[in-house]
Design a binder for this molecule. Sequence first.
Ligand SMILES: NC(=O)c1ccc[n+]([C@@H]2O[C@H](COP(=O)([O-])OP(=O)(O)OC[C@H]3O[C@@H](n4cnc5c(N)ncnc54)[C@H](OP(=O)(O)O)[C@@H]3O)[C@@H](O)[C@H]2O)c1
Length: 339
Amino acid sequence: MPLNHQIHLDNRPVGEALASNFKLVVSETPALQDGEVLVRHHFLSLDPYMRGRMNDAKNYAQPQPLGQTMIGGTAGEVVASSHDKFAVGDTVVGMGGWQQYSVVDANQVGALRKVDTTHVPLSAYLGAVGMPGVTAWYGLVKIIEPQAGQTMVVSAATGAVGSAFAALSKARGCRTVGIAGGPDKCRYAVEELGFDACIDYKTHADAASLSKALREACPQGIDGYFENVGGMVLDAVLSRMNAFGRIAVCGMIAGYNGAPVPMAYPSLILTNRLKVQGFIVSEHMEVWPAALKELGALVAGGQLRARESIAQGIEAAPEAFLGLLKGKNFGKQLVRLID
Ligand SMILES: NC(=O)c1ccc[n+]([C@@H]2O[C@H](COP(=O)([O-])OP(=O)(O)OC[C@H]3O[C@@H](n4cnc5c(N)ncnc54)[C@H](OP(=O)(O)O)[C@@H]3O)[C@@H](O)[C@H]2O)c1
């Protein structure tokens, strides 16, 4: 059995997460038991939710235990199998973690899913046709409930979730406006992702200035907002929401290191009769098949061309993850684990 390089959570962050919170460990892959499958990971997905798991705090999910391989989605191939439904060479996705190989009990429902790479590249199953894509789908379709002609806004617009949101929103005939950090991301949002406009929040010193830019980009006001960051961006969007608008609260990445992200004018929720709803995508498994079908078709048909930021080798995972929390990624952040 092959040697396996893994990244463990060694200690918990105090404030900002650091590379020293992680530790590289080399271990031997155990021999397969009946029903088990050995997967060689080609790609590891790095996602903002992992930051929350690093804390030992009350959350919707259990904290990542210390001294164990970091949790994470993976895509790869079966290289040995003691399960009759999985054969060597099958391409699969699962939650293999920050490591090169995983031994999976394939009898566990949902532990390993075979995927077809004929029209959709393997890595896309961790992004646009995976958890981030379904996240965009759930927030848009089930919470925002868009109608053709309405205006939708999403923050972290060029990321894994934001880019899928653009394709889904445009497919429903909505004016779709992004908010992202930097001119390159904004140009890409309009030229490649199909956004009607994109605002670079980094050029605005405060919510009032960003709100002015939103008024120009959204002349009919905002009917649906998909919230990924919080703070100043949320304040600015709230000031432009139409009556009976809907806000899907997906993420608040501006506060993931523990800094408070207060809302300046929560009374706007009342005066504009807004619906504001948080959600966790893994609690809505019933929508995954329909969402993945639409997302797969958008990727295969070229309407969703999501960009990827790919770090090379398991050793690169901690730095790539810390970069994601600072907006250094441009598109879905992955780590390639094969040469
Ligand atoms: N609720 C759920 O079930 C669920 C599931 C998946 C993801 N999420 C959430 O969805 C959001 C997007 O996730 P993703 O995987 O698509 O990540 P991503 O957008 O690919 O990457 C994160 C992006 O967040 C932005 N960002 C980072 N720090 C920021 C800050 N301090 N202020 C403002 N923006 C900041 C950066 O973009 P810019 O350079 O453009 O600022 C960065 O590229 C995250 O909040 C995540 O937690 C929630």
